[in-house]
Design a binder for this molecule. Structure first.
Ligand code: SF4
Length: 295
């Protein structure tokens, strides 16, 4: 990692109750779901899925018992999109809570409603993931209170019945969440950013760009950068230190993060990591599992 090492500004809380939420409530549990992502979503072969499929139609590999017939061979068969997808626990919430265990095969009338509810629930659970992640960090109590308040509000929405869920103004809620996430990102990341500006006098940083596809960023100091929504597809970040880097919504497909340090990156998801190319020398945040195919 060489020149890109630096001071650590993110301090994690010890034995944080919020870790459980991230590890259990906001992780997909396919055993409690009805294969909702394999039915409800549209996908295409160009995005690493098994083929083109219309939203609302079951994937041809989905069995009657909602298991995937090629589950063990998804990687080998080139279904990377399936292995990197994460519903943040929305599937089991819709199946077991919103629809109380009534699956779409038995209740064909409400199938479409269930698929639509899944789409709303996934957005709510994704927001909960990001908000909860903030509470793992020691942070200003004023911000912490606001985050806790918004978590409670968002969580309440996840218990709405299907009709109310579908009428929810999810966009307005997302604006509220995004604005708070942005504030937190500025609060946390600015310290890394200032630190590196002092060290390198502003050199070796990047301008705020979204299109970084295929770029060689091995020697670019990305600490404290806001890479929200950036396209980093197949970029080379080997050995980079991404401390305090905001990666919310960044497209990390095939980005090379072998040997990189992401332990203090913020707003990163399992799905992003599953789509990237790492190895045993890649350091990940505690909330993220190392993909099985990384050597
Ligand atoms: S291949 Fe398997 S995991 Fe992927 S969409 Fe089809 S059933 Fe689901």
């Amino acid at each position: 990692m060489g020149l890109l090492q630096g001071v650590s500004y993110i301090v994690y809380e010890n034995s944080n109750i919020y870790e459980d939420r991230l590890f259990v409530d906001m992780k997909s549990d396919c055993r409690k779901c009805f294969g909702l992502c394999c039915v409800a979503l549209y996908f295409s072969a160009s995005e690493g899925f098994p083929g083109d499929k219309e939203a609302g139609k079951p994937c041809s590999n989905l069995k009657k018992d909602f298991r995937c017939s090629v589950h063990k061979d998804l990687q080998e068969k080139g279904h990377k999109g399936c292995t990197s997808y994460e519903c943040f626990g929305a599937g089991q919430k819709v199946a077991q809570t919103t629809f109380k265990g009534q699956d779409w095969q038995k209740d064909i009338e409400s199938a479409q409603q269930m698929f639509n509810a899944f789409s709303v629930m996934r957005q709510l659970h994704e927001m909960l993931w990001y908000l909860t992640e903030i509470l793992l960090i020691k942070i200003d109590s004023n911000i912490r209170n606001k985050v806790e308040h918004l978590i409670n509000e968002t969580e309440e929405l996840t218990y709405l019945n299907a009709n109310d869920l579908l009428e929810l103004d999810i966009d307005s809620h997302r604006v509220k969440v995004n604005s708070l996430l942005k504030k937190v990102s500025e609060h946390v990341c600015v310290k890394y950013y200032e630190d590196k500006r002092k060290t390198f006098k502003g050199k070796r940083t990047i301008s705020r760009r979204l299109d970084l596809i295929g770029k060689d960023l091995k020697k670019t100091d990305l600490r404290g950068e806001n890479l929200a929504g950036a396209l980093l597809i197949a970029a080379d970040l080997r050995g980079n230190n991404l401390a305090g880097t905001n990666l919310i919504g960044a497209d990390l497909r095939n980005v090379d993060i072998r040997g990189a340090n992401l332990t203090e990156s913020i707003f990163i998801t399992q799905s992003q990591i599953n789509s990237a190319k790492g190895d045993s020398n890649t350091s990940l945040p505690i909330r993220i599992k190392r993909p099985r195919d990384w050597s």
